[in-house]
Design a protein around this ligand. Sequence first.
Ligand code: SF4
Length: 226
Amino acid sequence: MPTAMPPEGATTLDALRRAAATCTGCDLYKRATQTVFGEGNSRASIMLIGEQPGHEEDLAGRPFVGPAGRLLDKALAQAGLDSRQVYVTNIVKHFKWKSQEGGKRRIHEKPGRSEVEACRPWFDKELWLVQPEVLVCLGATAAAAILGPAVRVGTARGRALPSPQGIRTFVTVHPSAILRIPDDAERTAAMRRFVADLRRAIRAARRPPRATRARRSPATPRRAAR
Ligand code: SF4
């Protein structure tokens, strides 16, 4: 099966981003405008992981700049964190979509497991470079990719979970799910719960576990030379 192949020599986020721009690791690049790589603070203690770019992100070439991104920024602010302090990315880097209304609209289509797996090497290398204290999976696709297919957002949210990467991981909803709630009161309640989830992750990121501190001892530089 084809897969993304980040070059071994790409040891900075900028180099990785440039390499990902020409990725043909699965078919999604054929119908998307461009690769949408992660961005943000390269030394962030919190990495937020979504599913894939949406329509606006695909056109802009930047993650979380559409309505869901604006809601995320608002929620982060309410939780006490500037969005410039985090690193945001998606588990899949190209927009998968289907057309609606005779081709006038591009509607999000959930990426398949093979596409998630094909794109995974980009995420793994981003993670290796940023080395966050805490991961926050936004929605089921990111949660399944990080924690395994059995994880359910409804039961997993609200506490730190150990990830196979050894990084404390929180699971919450994708902000687009909040935007889709038609009832005002229910949407407000969902937003409140989302902010509470982000607050827990922020608190955890400010309290590095002993094991993590050891991992980043002077003998073990925070990240490879960039
Ligand atoms: S979705 Fe990922 S693996 Fe597929 S072409 Fe885009 S960057 Fe490459």
